[in-house]
Design a protein around this ligand. Structure first.
Ligand code: ATP
Ligand code: MG
Length: 393
């Protein structure tokens, strides 16, 4: 029924001279997503909006869903394009639109208008008032409610005119590619996929690393992480996932260091390896799903001990969130059901009964001295044997 969409964006409208870069990045992202949908689409910038035109048949639901996952888009409206915008034709076309869209025309409405063609004979407020009157004439069962209408009828007069009344919510945020790239430590849990989503939403491309510990963690646990990366990539675009075989390092720490320090020392090696990978692939920071106090390895003391080994900034977008807030995000972005599948996590296998909750940095550093003999070789071997998987929803 519709052959075109008008997309609104919020934040990138305020970027001054950089605005065109944001708009171009946004158009590019929309093109990428629509390329995966059956149908042919054109995407063009159009004075504070993005116009998407469809040629021929396409799946409406799929197209709306794809566009609603593009960061930077705040709203998506299927529109009817009115080529001849002369007033009497516009009145007729808007009436036809209402007739076509609504079987029963007994609702309350309000006309909203935007006019970028400043030579148009009517101003925006005049269009609202006059068009409202003409619709009432044609459909006597309609009534106007300027405060809480059931339906807003939008009329935009640009080079052409557009009419629409349905608005789908977009993902908001900033277009991907406007803010560099970061390395996400992606586990099979609830938190890290949500953390990656949140940073990507600010325009950051995501690369990911998963620490796998076969045979203590199964192929199925790894597959779960791949599945999560795929779900996240519906929003973040393609994700390159590095799978590091962490078993030997973990066993070695287990053998040499006090068991209550195992988790902290292990997390420090994860961060070191993630940072090495991040620097190799041009990432500007690390991302984790940590939240203060959630578990022993996420107390302020533990976070300090983990952070100690990183030079790159570590982004922890969930740091102040309660678990339920994180679950809400995971449900909204569709990762929750996969995250709660019960596969073992490499962190839980060797955990001590009483892990330190207030690790002392000097003591931790001293414990790590016990690893000097072999740890560098092991880290190198882990990097040399890592598997890299390119994932795209
Ligand atoms: P999540 O729900 O993300 O698994 P969590 O509550 O289980 O988090 P931890 O196990 O303490 O918390 O992990 C804290 C963070 O460390 C995770 O959010 C993730 O970013 C990273 N992390 C933990 N385990 C791994 C792993 N095996 N591979 C990659 N990153 C990991
Ligand atoms: Mg976890």
């Amino acid at each position: 029924m519709y052959q075109a969409f008008l997309l609104k964006y919020a934040e990138i409208g305020i970027k001054g001279k950089n605005r065109y870069k944001f708009e171009n990045a946004l158009c590019e992202q929309i093109r990428c997503r629509l390329a995966k949908i059956d149908g042919e689409f054109e995407v063009v910038r159009e004075q504070g909006r993005i116009f998407v035109g469809a040629h021929g048949d396409f799946d409406f639901e799929d197209a709306v869903e794809a566009m609603s996952r593009v960061f930077g888009v705040s709203a998506i409206s299927p529109v009817e394009v009115i080529e001849d915008k002369s007033w009497e034709n516009l009145v007729r076309a808007v009436g036809d639109f209402v007739e076509k869209q609504y079987d029963k025309r007994d609702f309350t409405f309000k006309v909203k208008s935007r006019r970028s063609d400043k030579h148009y004979p009517l101003t925006s407020p005049e269009i609202c008032v006059e068009m409202g009157g003409r619709l009432l004439e044609r459909f006597p069962e309609l009534s106007v409610d300027v405060h809480h209408p059931e339906v807003y009828i939008w009329v935009e007069v640009r080079e052409k005119a557009y009419v629409y009344s349905r608005v789908y919510q977009g993902a908001c945020g900033m277009p991907l590619g406007t803010n560099g790239k970061a390395m996400l430590l992606l586990s099979g849990g609830i938190d890290s996929p949500a953390a990656g989503y949140m940073i990507a939403k600010r325009g950051v491309y995501i690369e990911a690393v998963y620490f796998h510990a076969p045979p203590y963690t199964s192929e199925r646990a790894k597959q779960k992480v791949v599945d999560l990366a795929r779900l996240v990539s519906r929003y973040t675009g393609p994700v390159r996932l590095h799978v590091i075989n962490f078993t030997d390092i973990q066993m070695y720490i287990y053998e040499k260091c006090p068991h209550e320090e195992l988790t902290i020392i292990m997390r420090r090696y994860m961060m070191r390896i993630a940072e090495t990978l991040a620097l190799e692939s041009g990432c500007l920071g690390l991302i984790t799903g940590e939240s203060i106090g959630q578990v022993a390895s996420q107390t302020m003391h533990s976070l300090m001990a983990t952070n100690d080994v990183c030079n790159l900034p570590v982004y922890r977008p969930l740091i102040g969130f309660d678990k339920q807030d994180i679950v809400d995000i995971a449900e909204r972005i569709g990762t929750y059901e996969t995250s709660i599948q019960p596969y073992e996590d490499c962190c839980t296998i060797f955990v001590a009964k009483h892990p330190v909750t207030k690790p002392n940095l000097d003591i931790i550093r001293r414990s790590e001295q016990r690893l000097v003999e072999r740890i560098d070789d092991m880290v190198k071997a882990a990097l040399d044997t890592m598997e890299t998987i390119d994932i795209d929803a």
